[in-house]
Design a protein around this ligand. Structure first.
Ligand SMILES: NC(=O)c1ccc[n+]([C@@H]2O[C@H](COP(=O)([O-])OP(=O)(O)OC[C@H]3O[C@@H](n4cnc5c(N)ncnc54)[C@H](OP(=O)(O)O)[C@@H]3O)[C@@H](O)[C@H]2O)c1
Length: 227
């Protein structure tokens, strides 16, 4: 029901806006139940119809299927969709090293992004390094650790000294690490203030302090064998 409302809202907004389509960036993902070549391709086309779009800018596998063959088949479906021009770029989410290595070994197109949980308290350094090696951009989800670490005193000290909020410091740190940062808020004023996270630069010392907060903290549950 909620998904249908969302599709309708996006469709209606796209129909009404004066903003040219090429200036809007629309990403969506393949849901876990739709893995497999045909089902993934059909799900993508079905999604386009529901949104009333001709193409997606970015389409991701939401998570790796446990079955390697199904995962590779889904990826092949995305490659086909990209060739047909109904999706511009293709990527993955919640892929661990072994999923990426298998994909890289068996596929033609390298994913342009891996959307994974990354924040100072869980930096996923090995996985991030692997992605960097293959030019796979990190999309950092839960960059505020779902709000669970905004009271951390070390973040608080930096924020107060710079006249910023703890959320702005976390977002800035992630962007400085080269990530596409995906914070979420349902509060209009926080959405605005999260946007205003890029008008300052963290010093090397502050970056190092934030780097040192690693504690392998994960807010969600990692997908099977993600790490
Ligand atoms: N690919 C995946 O599997 C996956 C998994 C998880 C999340 N994601 C995506 O990642 C995005 C963000 O992740 P997330 O929602 O898990 O975590 P998040 O962005 O780290 O944290 C969201 C929480 O932080 C609070 N918050 C946001 N801005 C704030 C601010 N300036 N000050 C104080 N509190 C603030 C929000 O509360 P209010 O809403 O009350 O402001 C909310 O409780 C979402 O778009 C989500 O769809 C993807």
């Amino acid at each position: 029901m909620l998904t249908q409302c969302f599709h309708r809202a996006v469709k209606s907004w796209c129909a009404r806006t004066d903003t040219p389509r090429e200036q809007i960036f629309i990403t969506t993902k393949l849901w876990d139940a739709d893995h497999g070549y045909e089902s993934a391709f059909n799900a993508l086309v079905d999604s386009l119809k529901k949104f009333g779009l001709d193409y997606f800018d970015l389409y991701l596998l939401h998570s790796p299927a446990e079955c390697e063959q199904k995962r590779l088949d889904s990826w092949r479906a995305l490659e086909t969709a990209q060739k047909l021009g109904i999706v511009k770029s293709i990527g993955v989410s919640n892929f661990g090293a072994q999923h990426l290595e298998s994909l890289l070994q068996h596929s033609k197109v390298v994913p342009c992004v891996n959307q994974i949980e990354v924040h100072p308290f869980g930096q996923r350094k090995d996985l991030v390094a692997l992605c960097e090696k293959h030019n796979i951009k990190i999309e950092a989800y839960s960059p505020l650790a779902r709000g669970n670490k905004l009271n951390d005193p070390r973040i608080g000290e930096i924020a107060e000294r710079l006249g910023k909020t703890p959320a702005q410091v976390l977002i800035n740190w992630s962007a400085a690490r080269g990530n596409v940062v995906l914070p979420k808020s349902l509060t209009a004023s926080r959405i605005q203030s999260n946007f205003d996270s890029f008008d300052f630069e963290l010093s090397e010392k502050d970056m190092a302090t934030i780097d040192s907060l690693e504690e392998n903290y994960v807010t969600g549950s990692l997908h099977k064998s993600e790490d």
